[in-house]
Design a protein. Structure first.
Length: 94
């Protein structure tokens, strides 16, 4: 497994927060996790930028659909980003 020699471990969230899911779209990787944590990378994971989700609820999943990232989590939390993960807004199923 020589490819593992190229991996670098990085702390993407605060200590103790877990990464729960990731999605890739438009050359952007978005990860979501505990306490509403969201981070994005636009350079194949070499650098990461934390984004404000506007929630403290755990985000347990994310998808890239129709050029939008959609994150979901506890207490029916649904967030949508229409600009490759840079900003997030609450959404509903209605």
């Amino acid at each position: 497994m020589s490819f593992l020699n190229k991996w670098l471990w990085r702390r993407l969230f605060r200590k103790g927060q877990l990464i729960d899911a990731l999605a890739i779209g438009n050359n952007t990787i978005v990860i979501v996790g505990d306490s509403g944590a969201i981070s994005i990378s636009t350079n194949d994971g070499r650098t990461w930028h934390s984004k404000n989700s506007g929630t403290s609820n755990t985000l347990s999943g994310i998808s890239f659909i129709n050029n939008n990232f959609i994150a979901f989590g506890d207490f029916d939390t649904i967030l949508i980003s229409t600009n490759d993960g840079h900003t997030w807004n609450s959404a509903s199923l209605q």
